[in-house]
Design a protein around this ligand. Structure first.
Ligand code: URA
Length: 196
């Protein structure tokens, strides 16, 4: 296996089912010193095709919310718990999340973000290591121990949830605004992370 020292994964064959289902490995995108790191679940069909996280319909929802919060996609880093598209868009299995965990840990350590935003239940539960009621907890900021470091994590709905249920849109947008506000990136003048 050949891997770089940075956050990118060049070749990985740890998950036989995902090696079969993927067209390519989808690494994180965005500045490797970004204040905000968004973590999704796993690539879907569009991401697998284009090699970039959140470029399909969920990505449009995320881009719109970022823009409304005063951020550009290029300002933030976006990645996933699992870097290969699962077959038929099923949820990644625990073993697959485990196999990819070291890559996410390495990316978090490398980027060293001020705030991690988990998009949906899978990354929320993975990073917080507990069950997460994502609709109820969306917008809340919690401390997590990741790779031996204390990290601030903002729990957020998955953007796709707003496509299935339009009434979730406001909660999603508010959580993204909170994230921008907390790192002082969305028009506010100062990071408020010290308040939490
Ligand atoms: N959903 C995710 O969780 N990640 C993506 O990259 C796209 C859709």
């Amino acid at each position: 296996m050949v891997e770089t020292d940075g956050p990118d994964v060049c070749a990985c064959e740890r998950c036989p089912a995902l090696v079969e289902s993927r067209s390519r490995i989808v690494n994180g995108v965005g500045p490797d010193d970004a204040a905000l790191l968004f973590v999704g679940e796993a690539p879907g069909a569009s991401e697998d095709e284009q090699g970039e996280p959140f470029v399909g319909r969920s990505g449009s929802v995320l881009d719109d919310a970022l823009r409304d919060a005063g951020l550009a996609r290029a300002d933030v880093r976006i990645t996933n718990c699992v870097r290969c598209r699962p077959p038929e868009n099923r949820d990644p299995r625990v073993g697959e999340l485990d196999n990819c965990a070291a890559f996410l840990d390495r990316e978090i350590a490398h980027v060293d973000p001020d705030l991690i935003v988990t998009l949906g239940k899978v990354p929320g539960e993975r990073l917080l290591d507990r069950s997460v009621a994502v609709t109820e907890e969306s917008g809340s900021v919690v401390d997590a121990r990741l790779g031996g470091e204390s990290r601030r994590v903002l729990v957020c709905l998955h953007p796709a949830a707003t496509l299935y249920d339009r009434s979730q849109r406001e909660g999603f947008e508010t959580a993204i605004e909170t994230a921008a506000d907390l790192v002082g990136a969305g028009g506010g003048d100062q990071s408020r992370l010290g308040d939490y």
